[in-house]
Design a protein around this ligand. Structure first.
Ligand code: GLA
Length: 690
């Protein structure tokens, strides 16, 4: 980028690193082009870092203000540039951490001197990663309020070229399905969500890539937003296929009044560049998020294998039933018992009890501390499910504080799953949540599943979703700091809030309520493009599957869950001896391979969106161990051989697979033969360098 002759912040180029003299050539080309234009200096003919509204740029702006003169016009001129060592920590928002890496941050300050609005654009780069982390900070230096109606975190302008966009829409039980579309002339594409949390329906992540780019080759640029509220990744193409790509808070329903001397910070947008296709972007973001995002002490630690009672019992459990499940789990090698929904207040179904965070003694006479002790006595740690943001109208909390829910005067708030949302913008509500949840977490709890089971409606004012998200982060900040030993797992009706903002506080997220092994292949594949397998909760469940009725083998169910944060969610007491033997074997296999699944690089070899099977490979940093997980999505009789070609191995090393040895070159070029001729076929192929 450069400061233009009129003090505008102009963008030159984004892509593979060039020599300095080449940047000068780009600058000269731009200047020459504009010198010949009859209309002279026109911003529309330049690429910009953070375009404003109202002057000679006629595309969509990166920010929008409504000032006290009653118009939206604004223009920013550069006033200051600073470069500092280290990363930037936006106040109250999750962000990339420095850890032991080398990072530098540029702060470019711009000012609209007519309305006295200051905007600082923040760019962090690392020696170790091909990413630029961007955000913007707005400051009102005037003596009048300024209303901000749009505040994207990043803007990137790209030269004319045929490009595609890859994005991750979905729904409950069908999260992060991968879609790809051509970006056409003059098109405006908004990859966004305005349903409250980051949402099932669209993940805050997109890749813009060359039309020929695939998993392994071609230019690909990833855009990932570290935020758990309404988001937007907006792409505007002009008549010549020049692109403007912006990412940040969704402008729909957004509005924030900045009073004199106040400031507004935007979430971080991570832009990642690769010439090695989608896989290149994916491995880089996986690595960044594995190492520099989560602040929990669990971030890089091996986490316990868990059993969750939800699909085993739903609301129908007794203390004895739970302890008996824990005993069988212990024999299987499982380390943590998680008590899901239904343990508190009058919660015997989903019509009541949310908000009343005290134990239901008629169900659990020993209380949480007593039950946790019993589970510990069996030899397992104890974990618990909570949904702190919500309240059922049929609850003591709602009867005591009906005004604590999100609502607007004179209107009935909308129920969803029979529940309402607490107004987290109010300090007394946040304090109640922190206090009542802390009380439970102090009773021998070592793991928490934090759920959120409805979209947000009845917004009391524009911009409320941003305020709510800040309130939510405040609660997470306080509780995770107060209980640093607890492993937190995020959840929102499955994977409805699977985003980097959550992963900053909680190292793992429940990937989906769809626990069917075949369906999970797609869900995990899409999720893995941006989020590492170490962040995905993945459980073995019962058959016929509770969501879609499919029957898969016990082995395949284990193999599909194995690379994630492995766990079980079924009544082990109903399993056959043979199934329990498989479970024990898989627990041991998981412990042996966990390091490479969770710290290695992930290569997707076969896509379940394009073929009938999924093949995913994990390679350790030193390339000495690699594992390929192959599972069939759908089999056909007498199918031809599939050649699965691992990647990222050492060409000249020899790898042992079972009793046999093969050269890295052979494996990567000839491949491993797999015949997809039988339903439920899955294989875990381990390659170890000799
Ligand atoms: C949500 C979660 C499930 C389970 C239920 C309990 O749907 O995604 O895993 O915890 O709530 O009500």
């Amino acid at each position: 980028m450069t400061v233009g002759e009129h003090n505008d912040l102009l963008h030159y180029y984004y892509g593979k690193k060039l020599a300095d003299r080449e940047y000068k050539a780009i600058a000269m080309k731009d200047e020459n082009q504009c010198a010949f234009l009859p209309e002279g200096y026109t911003l529309e003919n330049y690429r910009q870092e953070y375009p404003s509204y109202g002057y000679s740029d006629l595309k969509s702006p990166a920010y929008d203000v409504f000032n006290s003169d009653g118009n939206n016009i604004s223009m920013l001129k550069v006033t200051d540039i600073k470069i500092k060592d280290g990363v930037y920590n936006p106040c109250g928002l999750p962000h990339i951490l420095q850890k032991d890496n080398t990072a530098q941050t540029s702060y470019i300050t711009l000012c609209d001197e007519v309305i006295n609005l200051e905007v600082t654009l923040i760019y962090t780069v690392f020696d170790e990663y091909d990413v630029i982390i961007r955000s913007a900070e707005f400051k009102n230096l005037s003596d009048k309020p300024i209303r901000i109606d749009r505040a994207y975190s990043s803007c990137l302008e790209l030269y004319t070229e045929k490009r595609d966009v890859i994005y991750f829409p979905g729904s409950w039980a069908r999260e992060r399905y991968m879609e790809r579309a051509e970006i056409r002339h003059g098109e405006k594409i908004d990859i966004s969500n305005a349903r409250g949390g980051s949402g099932h329906n669209m993940n805050p992540f997109a890749i813009v890539c060359n039309e020929n780019a695939n998993e392994n080759y071609g230019e690909a640029i990833g855009f990932s937003l570290i935020y758990s509220g309404n988001h937007s990744t907006y792409i505007e193409s002009d008549a010549d296929l020049n692109l403007r790509i912006m990412q940040g808070i969704n402008p729909q329903d957004f509005s924030y009044t900045l009073n004199p001397n106040e400031n507004l910070e935007t979430p971080q947008s991570v832009i990642c560049y690769s010439l090695n296709g989608i896989g290149g972007v994916s491995r880089e973001l996986n690595r960044l998020y594995r190492n520099n995002l989560c602040r929990s002490k669990w971030a890089n630690k091996d986490r316990p294998i868990l059993i969750n009672n939800w699909e085993a019992t739903y609301f129908d459990f007794t203390e004895d039933k739970l302890v008996s499940l824990a005993k069988t789990a212990k024999e299987t090698g499982i380390e943590l018992f998680v008590l899901d929904d239904g343990w508190f207040g009058s919660r015997n179904d989903d019509f009541q009890g949310l908000g009343d965070w005290f134990v239901n003694k008629s169900k659990l006479p020993s209380g949480i501390d007593g039950l946790s002790q019993k589970i510990n006595d069996v030899g397992l740690k104890f974990g618990i499910w909570i949904e702190p943001e919500m309240v059922n109208p049929n609850s003591d909390l709602f009867r005591a504080h009906p005004d604590w829910v999100i609502h607007v005067p004179n209107r009935q708030p909308t129920l969803s799953r029979n529940q309402l949302i607490l107004d987290l913008t109010r300090k007394e509500v946040r304090d109640y949540i922190v206090k009542s949840i802390s009380n439970i977490l102090s009773q021998g709890v070592s793991y928490v599943k934090w759920d959120m089971n409805r979209p947000m409606t009845d917004m009391p004012r524009p911009g409320y979703n941003y305020e709510y998200t800040l309130g939510y982060y405040d609660i997470l900040d306080r509780l995770t700091k107060a209980f640093p030993h607890i492993l937190f797992e995020g959840c929102a009706s499955g994977g409805g809030r699977f985003d980097p903002g959550m992963l900053y506080y909680m190292p793992q997220t429940w990937t989906s309520d769809d626990s069917d092994a075949a369906e999970r292949l797609r869900i995990q594949y899409g999720t893995s493009i941006v989020y590492p397998y170490s962040s995905m909760g993945a459980h073995v469940s019962a058959v016929p599957n509770h969501q879609i009725g499919r029957i898969t083998s016990f082995e395949m169910r284990c193999d599909v869950a194995l690379p994630g944060q492995f766990g079980f969610e079924l009544d082990l007491n109903k399993c056959t001896d043979h199934e329990l033997e498989i479970a024990k074997k898989k627990v041991r296999e998981y412990r042996e391979l966990q390091e490479v699944f969770h710290k290695g690089d992930c290569y997707r070899l076969k896509s379940p969106f394009e073929t009938d099977l999924s093949a995913v490979e994990f390679v350790s940093e030193d390339k000495k161990t690699a594992v390929v997980c192959i599972s069939s999505y759908k089999a056909t009789a007498y199918s031809p051989d599939e050649f699965i070609k691992p990647q990222g191995l050492c060409e000249n090393a020899t790898y042992r697979i079972g009793e046999n040895s093969y050269d890295g070159k052979y494996l990567m070029n000839y491949g491993i033969v797999f015949r997809n001729d039988r339903e439920n076929k899955s294989e875990i192929i381990v390659m170890r360098a000799e």
